[in-house]
Design a binder for this molecule. Sequence first.
Ligand code: 5GP
Ligand code: MG
Ligand code: MG
Length: 184
Amino acid sequence: MDARDMGEDLEKILLTEEQIGTRLEEMAALIDADYAGRELLLVGVLRGAVMVMADLSRRMHLPIQMDWMAVSSYGSGTKSSGVVRILKDLDNDLTGRDVLIVEDIIDSGLTLSWLVANLRSRGPASVEIATLLRKPEAAKVDVDVRYVGFDIPPEFVVGYGLDYAERYRHLPFVGTLAPHVYGG
Ligand code: 5GP
Ligand code: MG
Ligand code: MG
């Protein structure tokens, strides 16, 4: 799949496959250095973080384990409320573990701040966050994000795991949609 196949739906490409790969390589090196000598449990937040998890973890050299969580944030339309329900919980016990939450994007940060608090209550050695993308709103929430791939403008983006009505997740790049896709 490349840009041409979705040409009619896309407005512009914000981050190319190559840019994402280069940045993930840098992030993996930072994480490897920070956790040297330890074993890391990567916690991916379904479904958007699937691509980041796959491509970040494959660039890491630490011993790692992976686990997945699915949460649903109550809220109207596209805004999350911070009230979260667990749809699929972790399979691992977090006691004494170094945990790194792997996210696709942080917008309001409400879902993530709830998630961090929830995981910290389970007795881990540490809980940190790695996200590929971060929007400006996230600065308003008091959640410390250790690893950020790219700070992007407050636009709705798709691709590389991110969907609009469950479509476009498979695109290897991150882009914005043309207004007609939203019915505009
Ligand atoms: P938050 O609680 O940070 O507002 O919500 C983050 C979640 O909202 C992300 O995991 C993602 O599912 C969704 N989201 C936020 N911004 C975007 C965006 O620009 N594009 C897409 N496709 N989803 C987004
Ligand atoms: Mg996410
Ligand atoms: Mg979505």
